[in-house]
Each structure stands twice: as structure tokens, then as C-alpha cells.
Design a protein around this ligand. Structure first.
Ligand code: KG4
Length: 344
């Protein structure tokens, strides 16, 4: 282990369908390369087997590019951080195996990272021309992605507690599944976001969950969405095409309302006004706008990450690895990936 202050960390992310590598010097980002996988588009969702194969093809070129973009050589990397989970096991295995081989060959330490913690710590990435303000502890983080919808109480870099989470679908899943019902391609979230801009958010009413506490639920919304479309299409087969923008705007409005209502409750219950958002769904323009407006009304200090750090990326993995390196929390060669995990 290197003891001087400057540490170069290579981050590896392969939990789902993005192969990503990033290089950081301490908490400063030098490069971040992401290779997406177009192969899944034809199937309406991520096909795990195809994702693993694509990771296998992408991992070496992506790492090579990240190290070059950082202006460094392999020999200058001091540690390798990798996503251990949660995610698709076959996908994770590619990144984990690569990290193990890399660490072994170079005789450097490894750092295993919980992908969800990575999303939260994306707020601490420093980069050329980037934001300088970061959330102060303790803060609340709304983590909304394709697999998770959680409210996290963040006490310190590596001290987090989930205080609310979805009991069924995640917010991203609600976007993607409803988009599929409309005949839109995967992933539907960004498309709904785009179409919603032209629509009326009050055109259609979809059901909102009534569950106590800070937990979320999106399955009722999904069902009410499905039933409305089914009934209207029975009357007019062109209903979806004719009302596409209004349907998207109303759906997005409802998802945002559900997310913000519980976030407000969490802020009230904890007395915390330092609020952050993270995960793929935080790229949603309507959610970003609604969070800014809510923050103004509620006197919150709001932290919204740059778009490139909302979806899966290795910069957040390297960032988390940096804090683990400082605490001396190293991984061992016998560590295996995990498909399911929670924070804390
Ligand atoms: O965090 P992420 O890249 O992957 C994980 O799930 O870990 O999140 C992907 C999710 C997908 O469900 C996608 O539809 C959603 O984020 N998403 C969006 C937007 N961009 C990505 N949802 C709504 N609006 C967007 N602009």
C-alpha cells in the first residue's frame, strides 16, 4: 500500500449493461470511459447472457482507453476498485475477474465497492470545471435507478442507512415497463422524459400508492397505467399514438409526485435539509425541475449530479474506492460478486 498522499485508482463498473473504467487521482477524476450495449434494444430489456459477453469484449479496450485518457500508464495505477454488486451476476463476474487479474499482475491492492454506495458518492467526484460544493453530512440521498428506489441517510462517506425503499418495482422500472406498454423501445425512461416535455401532466390520472412510512411502491401505478391504456385502446386503437405526449407527461408527473412526497416526509422526520439525488432516473428533467422547486419551497440545499454521473459509471466506483483505501478496507482474491445487496 502506498502511503504518500497521491493515490491513483482505476475504477471498474460492469454491474448491468454498461462497461466502464475510470481513473482518479485521490478524489479528482482524470478519465471516465463508458461503453454502452446496443445489443439489448431489440429485446426490450437487458439480456443477462448478452450483457456478460459484451462486457467480456469491452473490458480491455475500455480500461486501455481510460488509462490513456488519464495520460498515465498501467504502472502508475496504485489500486483497482471494482463493483462487487448488486447487479447481474454474469456481468459482475467480468469486472470482478478483470480487477482480480489486474491487481495480481501488478501486485496492487483491490477495493470492492457496493454499486449503490457508488451512486451516492458520485456527489464527491471533483473534476476540471466541475462543481465545488458537496453535500455536508448528514444528508439524505434519493437514489432512483432501474433497480432501486431508496431514501438513504448518509452519515459519512461509508456510513449509510436505507430509511425507505420500494416494496416492489423501482422508479426506473416503472418508467421502462410503462414505456413498453406504449410500444416504446428500451430503456423507456429517457424517451418518456423527452415526450413528456410536449404533454399535459394533468391529462390523465394514475393511482398513487398509500403505504405508510418512507417506503415506495410503483406496482399499483403500473397496473392503473396498463388498465387505462387497455380500456382507451379498446375504444380507439390509435389512442396511444394520438395522446403519446399527454400520457408520458401524466405518467412522469405521477412518478415524480410519489418520489417527492416521501422525500419531503423523510426530511421532516429527520430534520435534514441537505438533500441529494442519484441514480439513472435522476437524469429525468422533470424530476430535476421538481426537486429544485421543492428545495426552494422547503429551504433545502439540493445537490443534483451532472448527467454523466447519474447513470452507471466507473468514476463513482473509483471515488468510493478512494474512501475505502483511506480506511484500509481492501478486498481479497477470494471475494465473489453478489447479485443482491443493500447499503449498510
Ligand atoms: O442507474 P442506472 O443507469 O442503472 C441501474 O439501474 O443501476 O438507471 C437506469 C434507469 C433506467 O430505468 C432508465 O430508464 C432510467 O434510469 N432513466 C431515466 C432517464 N434516464 C435514465 N428515467 C427517466 N428519465 C430519464 N431521463
Amino acid at each position: 500500500m502506498k502511503t504518500n498522499k497521491e493515490i491513483v485508482i482505476l475504477g471498474i463498473e460492469s454491474s448491468c449493461d454498461d462497461t466502464s473504467a475510470a481513473v482518479m487521482r485521490n478524489n479528482f477524476l482524470l478519465s471516465n470511459v463508458v461503453a454502452g450495449q446496443a445489443v439489448h434494444k431489440a429485446y426490450g430489456g437487458v439480456v443477462p447472457e448478452l450483457a456478460s459477453r459484451a462486457h467480456q469484449q469491452n473490458i480491455i479496450p475500455v480500461v486501455d482507453q481510460a488509462i490513456r485518457n488519464a495520460g498515465l500508464t498501467l504502472e502508475e495505477v496504485d489500486a483497482v476498485a471494482f463493483t462487487r454488486g448488486p447487479g447481474l451476476l454474469g456481468s459482475l463476474l467480468v469486472g470482478v475477474s478483470f480487477a482480480k487479474a489486474f491487481a495480481l499482475a501488478r501486485n496492487i491492492p483491490m477495493l470492492e465497492v457496493n454499486h449503490l454506495q457508488g451512486h451516492v458518492l458520485a456527489h464527491f467526484i471533483r473534476e476540471e470545471g466541475g462543481a465545488t460544493e458537496q453535500p455536508a453530512f448528514p444528508f439524505l440521498c434519493l437514489l432512483v435507478s432501474g433497480g432501486n428506489s431508496q431514501i438513504i441517510l448518509v452519515r459519512d462517506y461509508l456510513d449509510m442507512e436505507v430509511i425507505g425503499q420500494t416494496i416492489d418495482d423501482a422508479a426506473g422500472e416503472a418508467f421502462d415497463k410503462c414505456a413498453k406498454v406504449m410500444g416504446l423501445p428500451y430503456p423507456g425512461g429517457p424517451l418518456i422524459d423527452k415526450l413528456a416535455k410536449e404533454g399535459n401532466p394533468n391529462a390523465f390520472i394514475f393511482s398513487k400508492p398509500r403505504i405508510p412510512g418512507l417506503d415506495y411502491s410503483f406496482s399499483g401505478l403500473k397496473t392503473s397505467f396498463l388498465y387505462l391504456l387497455r380500456d382507451e385502446v379498446a375504444k380507439d386503437p390509435d389512442f396511444i399514438v394520438k395522446n403519446q405526449a399527454d400520457i408520458c407527461a401524466s405518467l412522469q408527473y405521477t412518478i415524480i409526485e410519489i418520489l417527492i412526497q416521501k422525500l419531503k416526509l423523510a426530511a421532516r422526520q429527520t430534520g435534514i435539509r441537505e438533500i441529494a439525488v442519484a441514480g439513472g432516473v435522476s437524469a429525468n428533467s422533470g424530476l430535476r425541475q421538481a426537486l429544485i422547486e421543492t428545495a426552494n419551497r422547503q429551504h433545502w440545499k439540493m445537490f443534483i449530479p451532472p448527467f454523466k454521473f447519474t447513470t452507471d459509471n466507473a468514476a463513482m466506483i473509483a471515488m468510493t474506492g478512494y474512501y475505502k483505501y483511506q480506511k484500509g478496507e481492501f478486498a481479497t482474491q477470494d471475494m465473489v460478486p453478489f447479485s443482491r445487496a443493500i447499503i449498510g
